[in-house]
Design a protein around this ligand. Structure first.
Ligand code: C5P
Length: 276
């Protein structure tokens, strides 16, 4: 069975506080993107669960979130199976785009369908929460408010589809590091972290504060993007390192992409995609 595993961006991410378990309580508006990995799950093949990925930088052992998803499905349903999971990577990792989490959610959805376990979105979200904070969102793959640690999902219709330009420099950001440094971080003078209002959206990301302090190219990218005529708003997604610009349409995002590559150099990864 073959499934699309979409990327996400956080249109807003507010941290409400640190919890006793070390995680942080969040309120985040998240939307799936047209950019997606492709996940194929074949059961009854081989011995145990094997993950293969066309990107050699992704771990292909038991630590891959897709393999963890298969183990979690087994421990929640009691079903024993062998499986080969093949991932065609389109979503960069360490990017704040949720690629690994989306692959894991796709494995759960595929196994629920293959074994006709009829767990439904609610049941799969509960299993997903054991895999990672972002995984429950990718079960329904619709725009949604994420609350709690990320496990409380409330679908939220966006008033229109959004044309986005994604920009990722050649480095990634480790999510635990970003959260750990959130409280002690301070704002860089001259960088605008304030909520950006566009149509009915309020774009803001509390993780920009710690991440911008260490990765100073990112605030420079944000400031530059906001000066460009095609850009309605610019923000970091999740814990970075992807920055995104909201544009009027696909053509405007393509024009901005070409200018960004000229300005920041061709080591920048870019993607024009649709959100919502
Ligand atoms: O849940 P996940 O494994 O994706 O989270 C990675 C790390 O990000 C956690 O170990 C934690 O340090 C941090 N995190 C957090 N609060 C959240 C989500 C993630 O502190 N709500």
């Amino acid at each position: 069975m073959k499934l699309r595993a979409p990327a996400k961006v956080n249109l807003s991410l507010r941290i409400l506080g640190r919890r006793a378990d070390g995680f942080h309580d969040l309120e985040s508006l998240v939307t799936p993107l047209s950019l997606a990995d492709e996940v194929t799950v074949d059961t009854g093949i081989g011995q145990g669960v094997r993950v293969r990925c066309d990107d050699p930088s992704i771990p292909q052992d038991d630590s891959n979130l897709a393999a963890i998803a298969a183990r979690q499905f087994h421990s929640h349903t009691g079903i024993r199976f062998d499986a080969r999971i093949s991932i065609r990577k389109r979503i960069p990792s360490g990017a704040g785009l949720g690629g690994g989490s989306s692959d894991a959610a796709a494995v759960l959805v595929a196994l629920d369908s293959i074994f006709e376990t009829h767990l439904g979105a609610d049941g799969l979200e509960k299993i997903a929460a054991h895999i990672g904070s972002d995984v429950p969102f990718f079960i329904r793959r619709v725009p949604a408010w994420m609350r709690g640690r990320g496990e409380r999902i409330e679908p939220a219709a966006l008033s229109r589809k959004l044309s986005l330009l994604l920009l990722k420099p050649p480095f990634g950001v480790a999510t635990p590091w970003a959260y750990k440094n959130w409280k002690s971080s301070t704002e860089i003078p001259g960088v605008d972290y304030a909520p950006q209002c566009w149509q009915d959206l309020e774009l803001v990301n509390d993780l920009e504060r710690p991440v911008f302090e260490k990765y100073t190219l990112l605030p420079a990218m944000k400031t530059w993007l906001r000066e460009q005529p095609e850009c309605h708003a610019a923000l970091m997604s999740g814990s970075g390192s992807t920055m995104f610009a909201v544009c009027e349409d696909h053509a405007a995002a393509e024009i901005l992409s070409a200018r960004a590559l000229e300005h920041f150099g061709s080591t920048l990864w870019t993607s024009v995609c649709e959100a919502g």
